[in-house]
Design a protein around this ligand. Structure first.
Ligand SMILES: Cc1cc2nc3c(=O)[nH]c(=O)nc-3n(C[C@H](O)[C@H](O)[C@H](O)COP(=O)(O)OP(=O)(O)OC[C@H]3O[C@@H](n4cnc5c(N)ncnc54)[C@H](O)[C@@H]3O)c2cc1C
Ligand code: FES
Length: 322
């Protein structure tokens, strides 16, 4: 679809509904910083495909932020987002987005849908927050008749979520934890190595997580010449290919992640360029968070419900999984 049409389609979804807009019908907190929102939007649920994302404004003055469609239920007419509170907007959403409240705007579905077919055996890898966006791809491959091996990785057992959902849609599931508290000790690349060792006929690997993780996954599959798809999440502004904010380098060419991706060939991605660009606005992001925290009289770092200091994730390491 051309970029103007995509923009027009997005705009037509903004603020056209009567009554409560984009109502939050369910919320689940996976940890002190990660939470799920299920939002009523029958049209979006009908149109959504694995690999796509939405642009969200939680209130009229809020920032537009891209979030991956982590699940959709056409019967219920809902889409699900899994969010990690890392900065001003996501922390604000963590406070304000409760069941019964509504988002101000939800634009999408955006991005090129993932090719969840044409492969007989696939490994779907999610690291941390990346577990959520890889789920619809795993389910899509399963529905297309593929043999699906899931590899999901977390720092520790307390942070594990959606293990059941993966067990239901994968033929095999390998859980990895950095501290070895559950499953295989080590990063998701350990899971990939095990999958490759027992299945020499793997046709494709999909890996979603922080850039450092996706890069490691691409390096783990390169010697085996297994096609490896990663989902890139550079800073986005309009999400329609107009601003150039999300430019990434793929095989020496410039691409816009919002309209050419976000999925790309992991063996072709310039991860160094991506990481450098992700850090470009670090000072502005820090001061926006400080201003917001001061305005709502929160201390930095914030306290959890139990009074413990929250261990906020490093956005560069944690969030890029989308
Ligand atoms: C296609 C795509 C899908 C994404 N999916 C998810 C998801 O499912 N769940 C999730 O928690 N996060 C996701 N993200 C990241 C999310 O958009 C950022 O965490 C969010 O914009 C941060 O805003 P903030 O104000 O809370 O933090 P800030 O302090 O502004 O930024 C914190 C981090 O987020 C990055 N960031 C800031 N603004 C943007 C922006 N407009 N676009 C992209 N990155 C930005 C910064 O580089 C920094 O690393 C996705 C990003 C992209 C591009
Ligand atoms: S977000 Fe503006 S071009 Fe992609």
């Amino acid at each position: 679809m051309n970029r103007w049409k995509q923009l027009a389609r997005g705009a037509s979804m903004l603020g056209t509904k009567k009554g409560p807009q984009f109502e939050i019908v369910a919320r689940e907190d996976f940890s002190d910083v990660t939470f799920l929102l299920e939002i009523r939007h029958p049209l979006m649920a009908k149109a959504a495909k694995p690999g796509q994302f939405v642009i969200v404004m939680s209130h009229a003055e809020g920032e537009r932020i891209p979030l991956t469609i982590a699940d959709f239920d056409r019967g219920k007419g809902t889409v699900t987002l899994v969010i990690q509170a890392v900065g001003k907007t996501t922390r604000e959403m963590q406070q304000m987005c409760q069941v019964g409240t509504s988002l101000h705007a939800l634009v999408g579905p955006m991005g090129v849908p993932s090719q969840a077919s044409g492969v007989k055996k696939v490994v779907c890898v999610g690291g941390g927050l990346g577990v959520a966006p890889v789920f619809p791809q795993a389910r899509g491959f399963k529905e297309a008749g593929a043999y699906v091996i899931g590899v999901i990785g977390f720092r520790t057992w307390k942070l594990i979520f959606w293990e059941d959902k993966f067990r239901n849609c994968c033929n095999e599931l390998i859980v990895c934890t950095d501290d070895g508290s559950v499953g295989v000790r080590g990063p998701v690349t350990e899971g990939i190595k095990r999958a490759i060792a027992s299945h020499p006929d793997i046709g494709e690997v999909i890996a979603i997580g922080p850039p450092v993780m996706m890069k490691a996954c691409a390096e783990a599959t390169r010697p085996h010449k297994i096609k490896t798809v990663v989902s890139l999440n550079p800073v986005m502004v309009d999400g329609t290919g107009m601003c150039g904010g999300c430019r990434v380098r793929i095989g020496g060419e410039v691409k816009f992640a919002c309209v050419d991706g976000p999925d790309f060939d992991g063996h072709q991605v310039d991860f160094e360029d991506l990481t450098t660009r992700l850090k470009r606005f670090a000072a502005e992001e820090k001061s926006a968070l400080e201003r917001w925290s001061e305005s709502c009289r929160m201390k930095i770092p914030p306290k959890s419900a139990t009074g413990d200091t929250l261990d906020l994730p490093d956005p560069f390491e944690e969030v890029r999984g989308g």
